[in-house]
Design a protein around this ligand. Structure first.
Ligand code: KIV
Ligand code: NA
Length: 267
């Protein structure tokens, strides 16, 4: 089968079907998730946390993300590859956003990009789409605004739901091909999905969205261990942390005891 494209995501919504998205930041995970049929791969600015070890997503740069984007795009023959705009790479002007989008597509080989922000960014999205850069919009809880929003909090509760609906409509009118919502009540996400024609994607947004996304290290249980809290919206489908911990411990023991390498590993 061929490449997932933007119109396939639109078709999924028309048909009442769902699609899956995961983050990926390197060759092996990209190839495995692609082989598993995950339709969309996101090189999230969450690489700040999940690759580079920062506490928030704020410090990661375009220069740090581009090699990861290229690794994923090169290793995933079927998925739609989305590169995430990091903090500081698009806010100043539509021109800055176009320049960043061009870099992600030209140097990173991404098929589309994602940016955080609501109706305020409609002009930016419009300019990017005019320039040939497909844009996924990210509303609700937007981690780059953690300090402005007062921490990790559910967005779009009560009267605030109307603001999210207006944001989604403005972004759709500007040409965004998809609206992603993070940490919003399921009922609000359903109302947003109903208010726009474009497909929606949720993370912590209930099950009425067209697609779902998780950070792969959360999905596969690589992140965890003592003192690490996992968000309520995460479901763990594997326990990779335990598997790797066991493997590394066993290897270390075998080396120290002289069990490895054996004759079968020696020339
Ligand atoms: O950076 C990221 O991983 C994301 C997803 C969680 C939506 O933006
Ligand atoms: Na992100």
């Amino acid at each position: 089968t061929g490449r997932t494209r933007i119109h396939h995501l639109a078709q999924a919504k028309e048909r009442g079907e769902h699609f899956a998205m995961l983050t990926a930041y390197d060759q092996y995970t990209a190839a495995i998730f692609d082989e598993a049929g995950i339709e969309v791969l996101l090189i999230g600015d969450s690489a700040a946390n999940n690759v580079y070890g920062h506490e928030t997503s704020l410090p990661v740069t375009v220069d740090e993300l581009i090699p990861l984007v290229r690794a994923v795009a090169t290793s995933a023959p079927h998925a739609l590859v989305v590169a995430d705009f990091p903090f500081g790479s698009y806010e100043a002007s539509p021109g800055q956003a176009i320049a960043t989008g061009v870099r992600f597509m030209k140097e990173g080989l991404a098929h589309s990009v994602k940016l955080e922000g609501g109706a305020y960014y409609a002009d930016t999205v419009r300019a990017m789409v005019q320039a040939g850069i497909p844009v996924m919009a990210h509303i609700g809880f937007t981690p780059q605004s953690e300090h402005a929003l007062g921490g990790y909090r559910v967005q779009g509760r009560g009267d605030d739901a109307e603001r999210l609906i207006e944001d989604a409509k403005a972004l759709e009118s500007a040409g965004a091909f998809c609206v992603l919502m993070e940490m919003v009540p399921a009922a609000t996400a359903a109302a947003v999905d109903a208010a726009v024609t474009v497909p929606t994607i949720g993370i912590g947004a209930g099950n009425a969205t067209t697609g779902q996304v998780l950070v792969w290290q959360d999905m596969a249980g690589l992140r965890g261990g003592p003192g690490v809290k996992v968000a309520k919206f995460v479901k763990r489908y594997a326990d990779l942390r335990s598997s790797l911990l066991d493997a590394a411990r066993q290897y270390g023991e075998d080396v120290r005891s002289g069990q490895f390498p054996g004759p079968e590993h020696s020339f």
